[in-house]
Write a new protein. Structure first.
Length: 312
């Protein structure tokens, strides 16, 4: 791993049980899965994507004890991701059942576990320094008990720490006060087009990005826009469209996380935001062509893809 800035990820690690179905079953109905995959997911998707680019990554969350935790710990270790926080000896890691349809759309059922027992002392034990990056998920600030702990910790970080925030799928469930508080501390807001619409009431992605980047004197914005790529707006500047790449969609599960992980990794490696976004678009294009989460490319795969497209 590089000796430069480090990435700390609060987004919780779960075990994903991914089932490919022709369509979702009706209530009280049944569906036959055509393919299945049991793998480490949640925050692991973004962390593994960054780690595969030789960035130093730390899981700022809590593992448990049991078969699911063993799978998660093995996956994290395999990617070289540090896990310094003490495990919960009484609970296993939670699971997320993902139903994946032919068009790539996903539906989720989550059962929390040890990852939901993170303590304030755990966060305070992390050696986050100026120059480091911290990735926070909307799930971290959705519930009042964990939100107060996370927001207090974020406010205590050194001024030179870059805080990235992804509202995640259930953004509408984040209390307004919590959302406002985290955005006041955020350096990079990383969201998708529907989340951008919710935050600004504008259905124009570029306009949404520019509006969000003018909310305060700190915020920069990346809005992911599917196969169209993404839009980048640095603080108080107009938005720039960064075109996406043509690809065959197999599974969109975790693609946004891959985009986040590669974008932040490229920033830690010294890339300018627009260039980092272009690499993130390429990584996401590779990821959606593969089944399952944690499908981010290696450095070699990303470079090879860039050479083939002649867009870098």
């Amino acid at each position: 791993m590089t000796s430069g800035p480090r990435l700390f990820c609060l987004d919780t690690v779960l075990i994903d049980v991914v089932l490919k179905v022709a369509e979702l079953p009706e209530r009280a109905g049944d569906a036959l899965a055509r393919e299945q995959l049991i793998t480490t997911g949640g925050g692991f998707n973004a962390m593994s994507a960054a780690a595969r680019l030789d960035v130093s990554v730390t899981y700022a969350g809590r593992l448990g004890t049991g078969p699911f935790s063993s799978v998660a710990a093995s996956a994290l270790e395999g990617e070289g991701i540090a896990t310094p926080i003490e495990r919960n000896g009484d609970l296993d890691t939670g699971i997320c059942v993902v139903l994946s349809e032919p068009d790539g759309e996903r539906s989720f059922v989550t059962s929390p576990g040890a990852e939901a027992t993170l303590r304030a002392s755990d966060l305070q034990s992390l050696d986050v320094r100026d120059g480091d990056y911290v990735l926070v998920s909307g799930y971290n600030i959705m519930y009042d008990d964990s939100a107060e702990m996370v927001l207090t910790w974020l406010a205590s970080l050194p001024a030179g720490v870059t805080i990235a925030f992804d509202p995640a799928t259930r953004m509408v469930d984040i209390p307004k006060a919590n959302l406002e508080a985290v955005l006041a501390s955020t350096t990079w807001l990383l969201c998708n087009a529907s989340e951008g619409v919710h935050l600004t009431k504008s259905d124009d992605v570029a306009e949404s990005a520019a509006l969000l980047a003018s909310m305060n004197d700190r915020l920069n914005v990346v809005i992911r826009d599917g196969n169209r790529g993404c839009v980048v707006a640095t603080n108080h500047h107009e938005a720039t469209v960064i075109d996406g790449f043509d690809t065959i969609v197999v599974d969109t599960n975790g693609a946004g996380d891959v985009h986040n992980g590669v974008f932040l990794a490229e920033l830690t490696l010294g890339q300018a935001p627009h260039d980092a976004a272009r690499w993130a678009n390429a990584a996401a294009a590779i990821a959606v062509g593969r089944f399952g989460p944690a499908s981010g490319p290696t450095q070699e795969e990303l470079v090879s893809f860039a050479a083939e497209t002649e867009r870098f």
